[in-house]
Design a protein. Structure first.
Length: 574
């Protein structure tokens, strides 16, 4: 059994120490009461029924009934607390997994399929909670039951005790052998499920391609092949489970009839009473049932170890460093943003940025232009701390941004990404994303982006649902809603990455005029290949092959660079 898995499981019980103590106390008391049953029943048979004494029968029956009432009360108390702990552990595991997912570095999200990740997390949590729900805490009490049962057995007859102790290890050995095989099957099945999740995600991600190229039959053939492999493994695992049950039942049959035979021989020789045999059989259950519980639990744990390991490995993926200096009033104004000799590469790939140097001062409105793949979006990703530079330093007001608290730092930015993401909610909720805006303020932002015209034309107006990632809106409408949300954040630095690419000419010029005239932001950064906005900026940085090759106003660049218009007509990078 993997020690890390055991530690991980019992760590989940840590926040519920009081409830765990209550549960274990109830289990122990119920176990002690249970140990008393066989001796009382022995007296009931030997001194009551065998002797024909009705008063003794009634007295011991009352004892048994009283013990039963106490046992049921304690069992109910145990059930209430145990169910709470189980539900809360399941919630905590999911909460921690989702929180960890959000905190993971962007590189993980870029490199991994979402459906695969979420599918793995749900599957692993399901396996873990099933193990916990299968009576994990009862294993602690099982040891008390086994010890108490063996003591009770030895007091009645040592020969029958030896018979039971000889059978006990067999079930553990058989279960351990079967579970090792099942664990290998389960690990393979996990990999197949993971591959299937990736395949499934790709199907719906590229549904248009599948339809246009008539790939339905090919993809369904892949589905059939994949699922058949999974079904074959699941069948083998079910067979193993059945073999495990058969072995338990066979050993139970051998034990029962062997015990009956040996007990009968002892009774015939007047070496054991019928009540003694009855008590012995009852005590034997206090030994064999916990052994069966432990073996079944070990069987489940061993089979689920791959799932536990994957879940624990998931939490080893690197997360963003959220710690740092809390940003005080000195950051109410961004006086400068600078890149000092910054270089960057995605993973082990070639560098996409090389020795980037620039400084943007308070009040400046600047632009970045370059051909597809030149590195413009990478600069923004570094600026937002989605990625870390390979070398060099990025500074705000002269302070390395890595020293600042991440949440505080990102609050400085209002950003309109090139890839728009909308929640499947109303337009209102997509703009008022934090819930801190009044209706008048929301109206103001949708007027700035000229979204007010199409919003007012909708039957439900601003409360209309946008659909999955804005599927109910046109490209321009989605962009206007996202842009209104960006403006509503009111950060110190406004970043517009092709923010008006889908606007009509009139709406685009109106918004550009607003951007140039406003003084709400300390710094405005524009990534665009639209000449109308570029002509109005204070400074433009030209990016080529990961380097800044030129800087100046639009007119200066036109004079110096005859290829400027060629760059602008190529559009923006993906």
């Amino acid at each position: 059994m993997n020690k890390d898995v055991i530690k991980f499981i019992f760590k989940q019980f840590g926040p519920f120490k009081i409830r765990i103590i209550i549960i274990i106390f109830c289990m122990i008391v119920v176990s002690v009461l249970g140990v008393m049953y066989p001796m009382i029943q022995k007296e009931l048979f030997d001194k009551g029924i065998a002797e024909g004494d009705l008063n003794v029968v009634l007295r011991y029956t009352l004892y048994i009934f009283s013990l039963f009432i106490i046992e049921q009360i304690l069992t109910f108390v145990q059930f209430v607390h145990y169910q709470f702990v189980n539900r809360q552990i399941s919630f905590n595991l999911m909460y921690d997994a989702i929180r960890h997912s959000i905190r993971l570095k962007m590189a993980y999200h870029k490199d991994n399929n979402f459906l695969k990740t979420i599918g793995n997390v749900y599957s692993d949590i399901s396996n873990i909670t099933q193990i916990i729900n299968s009576g994990l805490l009862q294993t602690v009490v099982s040891f008390f039951k086994i010890i108490g049962g063996i003591i009770g057995l030895s007091l009645i007859d040592w020969r029958l005790t030896i018979f039971i102790l000889a059978i006990m290890p067999l079930e553990l050995l058989i279960k351990n052998y079967i579970s090792s095989i099942r664990s290998n099957y389960f690990a393979t099945l996990m990999k197949l499920n993971e591959s299937f999740s990736i395949w499934f995600g790709e199907i719906f991600k590229n549904i248009e391609v599948i339809k246009l190229w008539n790939l339905q039959d090919m993809r369904m053939s892949e589905f059939k092949s994949s699922k058949m492999k999974m079904m074959n493994l699941e069948t083998k695992m079910e067979y193993l489970d059945n073999y495990s049950n058969i072995s338990s039942q066979t050993l139970g049959m051998i034990f029962t009839h062997g015990l009956n035979l040996l007990g009968a021989i002892l009774i015939f020789r007047d070496q054991l009473t019928i009540g003694g045999l009855f008590a012995f059989i009852s005590y034997s259950m206090y030994v064999l049932q916990p052994i069966s519980l432990l073996s079944n639990l070990a069987y489940r744990l061993q089979s689920s170890i791959p799932s536990f390991k994957r879940f624990m490995e998931y939490f080893e993926n690197e997360v963003e460093d959220e710690c740092g200096i809390c940003m005080d009033n000195s950051y109410n104004e961004v006086k400068s943003l600078s890149f000092d000799n910054v270089s960057f590469a995605y993973g082990n790939k070639d560098a996409v940025l090389r020795l980037i140097n620039f400084t943007i001062h308070q009040g400046e409105k600047v632009g970045f232009i370059g051909v597809n793949g030149s590195g413009k979006t990478s600069i923004i990703n570094l600026m937002l701390r989605f990625y870390e530079p390979v070398s060099g330093t990025i500074k705000i007001n002269g302070v390395d941004i890595r020293k600042l608290a991440l949440g505080d730092y990102r609050n400085l930015f209002s950003i309109m990404n090139q890839n728009i993401s909308l929640f499947d909610e109303s337009i209102r909720n997509n703009i008022n994303i934090i819930g801190n805006l009044s209706d008048d303020e929301i109206r103001h932002y949708i007027e700035l982006t000229t979204a007010v015209e199409f919003i007012d034309s909708l039957p439900e107006g601003i409360d209309s649902l946008v659909g999955f990632n804005g599927s109910k809106l046109s490209g321009g409408e989605r962009q206007k809603v996202a842009l209104a949300r960006t403006l509503a954040k009111c950060g110190n630095i406004l970043v517009l990455d092709e923010a008006t690419a889908n606007f009509d000419i009139v709406a685009e010029r109106k918004f550009n005029q607003f951007i140039i005239q406003q003084d709400l932001y300390d710094i405005v950064i524009v990534i665009s290949h639209r000449e109308d906005i570029l002509r109005r900026l204070d400074k433009i940085f030209v990016i080529d092959n990961g380097m800044i090759t030129d800087t100046g106003t639009f007119e200066e660049l036109v004079t110096k660079n005859s290829d400027l218009y060629k760059i602008l007509t190529q559009g923006d990078e993906n």
